[in-house]
Design a binder for this molecule. Sequence first.
Ligand code: ATP
Ligand code: MG
Length: 761
Amino acid sequence: LGAQTPNYLEGLNPEQRNAIESVDGPLLVLAGAGTGKTRVLTTRIAHILATRRARAGEILSVTFTNKAAREMKERIGKFVGGAIEGMPWLGTFHSIGARILRRHAELVGLKSDFTILDTDDQIRLLKQLLQAENVDEKRWPARQLAHVIDGWKNKGLQPSQLSAADAGVFADGKAVKIYQQYQARLKVLNAADFGDLLLEGIRLFKDNPTVLAEFHRRFKYILVDEYQDTNVAQYLWLRLLAQPNEHRETANVCVVGDDDQSIYGWRGAEVDNILRFEKDFPGAKVIRLERNYRSTSKILKAASHLIAHNEDRLGKTLQTDVGEEGEPIAVTSVWDSEEEARNIGEDIEQLQRQGHKLNSMAILVRASFQMREFEDRFITLGLNYRVIGGPRFYERKEIRDALAYLRIVTQPADDLAFERIVNVPKRGLGNATISMLHDAARAANIPLVQATRELVETDELKPKQRSTLRGLLSQFDEWAMRLQTLPHSEVAEAILDESGYTQMWQNDKSADAPGRLENLKELIRSMEEFETLGGFLEHISLVMDRDSGDADDAVSIMTLHAAKGLEFDTVFLPGWEEGLFPHQRALDESGKAGLEEERRLAYVGITRARKRAKLSLAQNRRIHGLWQSAIPSRFLDELPADVVEVKDTGSSYGGINYGGRDQATKFDRRDPFESVYETPGWQRAQRQHQSRGKDRGPTIEGELVARSVNPASSSRYKVGDKVLHLKFGEGTVAAVDGNKLSIDFPSVGRKKVLESFVQKP
Ligand code: ATP
Ligand code: MG
C-alpha cells in the first residue's frame, strides 16, 4: 500500500482502524451496540484481501445469521470491487460446520450427502427410541429429551463423555443410553441434527489430525461476529481451528462482541467465552470501541440507562456520534394487543405518508406468537410486511408440507418426507396401507418410496390404494423430470397445485388458511433466489433467519432474538408487560440471571433503532380465548424519564401512571385484577400456547427405515412351494420374480405378492 489511505478505511475512527489493521495475532474487539464491530470485521476482510495477505478461500468468517453472511459478502464485494475471487468461507457456525463435515463425512460415519434433521424429525426419532425403551412418554416427553440432548451437544459432549448419572432421573435414568442410541440411529439414517454439525466436527478434528492440519493450512485468518453468543461447542470447534500450528505461530483469530448483548444463554451460550479469550489465546490484543454511529442520543441514553440495572457486566462506555438528540422514546399503553397492532399499523402508515420506507421499520416481539396479530392487521391494511425469524416460518405446517414434497422429489430415500405427505391432502390411504408400506420397507431394508414401487406391482394393496399410489409415484417421476429442465420455483408451484395441496388450503375455511396460502407463495418466491433446488433445500435446513430478500418495500416483523446485529430507522417494541417481557419462563427457570438476560434483550431491542424507538404495552391480553390482565414491564421503570414520552390510549383502567418525579419513569405495576390473577398469567398462557401451538402435520408413527442397504438376495421360495399369506391364506408358488412371488390361491386365484409378506405354513 502506498501512503494514501485506501478508500475502504476512510471515515473510520482510530480504534476501528487499529482493529482492522492489527491483522496478525489474536484480537478481541469488545464494544457496545452500534459501534461498528461488524463493520470492522467486514473491513478487516477487505483489508486482508487488498493487502494480499490471503485469498478469499483462506478466510473463515462466522456470522450469526445467513442473512448477515450474505450482507457481508456483498459489502466485501463492494470494497474490493466486484466479485470476490475464490469461495469465501462465510456463514453461520452451522453452515460452515456442515460444509466442513460434508467434506469428511465418512470419517464420522456419515455420507457426504447426509440429511440435516430439524426439530420435528429429531423428536419423532426420539419418540421411537423412548417407546422401544418402555419409557413413559407422558412423563418424559420426547421434546424435553431433545432439549436435554441439545444441551449436551451445545456443551460439546458426546454420549461417551457422559455417565448415566449425568442424566439423573430423566427418562427413568435412560437419557444417556437413549442419546447413544439416537446418535447410532442418525448414522444409519445418514442424518445429522444441528448440534452434530459442530459436535461431529469437533470429533473429526480431534480424531484426525491430518484433517485438522488441512484446515489449519487453509484458514489463514478467522473472524467471528457476535462472539458473546457462542456456546461451548462452538468455542471448542473454533479453538481447534484457530490454535497456533505449523502454519502460523499465533492464532490469527479476531472476535467481536458485546457482553451486554448476550441473549442466548438459554441455548447454552456462554459470555465467559469472552473472558476466556485472553487466557486461551495468549498475547491477545483487546480493543474497545466507544462511539456509537447508529442511534440518536435519546435512544442511546435510554438503552444505557436500562442496561445499567444489570449487575453482571464487564462495563463499557458508549457515546453517540450521530449528533442528534432525536425524538423521545414513545411508550404507549393500549387496551389489548389488537389495539396495539392497530396503533402500530397507523403509525406505520403515517410514517409512510411522510415518505419513510417500510424497509426502514421493524416490529420486534418478545415471543413469536405476538406476530400473528400484526400479520392479521397488516393483511387487512394491505401493508407489506415480512416475517423474519427463521425456524418459526419454516416450522409452519404448510411450509413443512411443501418442503416435504420438494424433498421427496429430489431425495427419494427421504422417508420422513414421504410419510409426511403421502396422505396430505387426504388420498384415502389409511393406517393399514401405510403400515403395509412400512412393513415392506423394513423387510427389504429399503426406503419407503422404493418399497411402494415394489408393492404397487403386486396384489397386496387394494386396487383403489394401489392406483392412488401408482398415480402418486408417477407424479414424483414427472416432477423430477421437469426439474431437469424447468426453473425449480415454477416446478415447485406446479407440484403444490397438481398434488392437490394448494387446493386443500383453498377449500379450508378456517381463519388461518389464507395466511398459509400466503406463506406457500412466499416460499415459492424465496426459492427464486437459489440456483438449484438442492441449494435451496440446503439453505432451508440451515436458515436461522427468513427473509425474502426481494426488492419489495416491507415492514419487518421478527423476534428480538432474531434482530441482533440489525438496524432500522424506526423500531416498534410491543408487549412490554411483566410475564411477557421480562418473560415469565426466563424468570422461573433462571431467576436473576434470567432477568438480566431479558434486560439485555431489551437493550438489544432499543439499540436496533437509529431514529425512533416506539414501545407499547397492552393492559389486557387474550390468548386462545382467555383474557389475561397485564402489568407494565419493570423495564419501563428503568428508562430515564427525561427521554420518554408516555401515551395512554386504552381504557384508563390499569393504565400507566407516569410519575416523572425523579430520574426514572414510574409505572404502576400493581395488578388491577389482583384477585383473578393468582398464578403468573403469562406462564399459564404461555404453556397453553406452547402445547396448542404445536403446528405439526399429520404424522405417521412408524419405524424409520434405513436408507442405505438393499441387499438383492435371491428368493427363499421356489415354484411349487406351499406358502401362507396373511390376507389370501394358503397357496402355491407359481412363479418367482426377484422378491415378488406369483401364487395360486384356491380362494382368490393367482396373485402377485411380496416375498416378505408370506411365510412357510
Ligand atoms: P451491533 O452491536 O448492534 O451488532 P455493531 O457494533 O456491529 O452493532 P455496526 O452494525 O457495524 O455496529 O455499525 C453500526 C452502524 O454504524 C452501521 O450503519 C455502520 O455502517 C455505521 N458505522 C460504523 N462505523 C462508522 C464510522 N466510522 N463512520 C460512520 N458510520 C459508521
Ligand atoms: Mg454487529
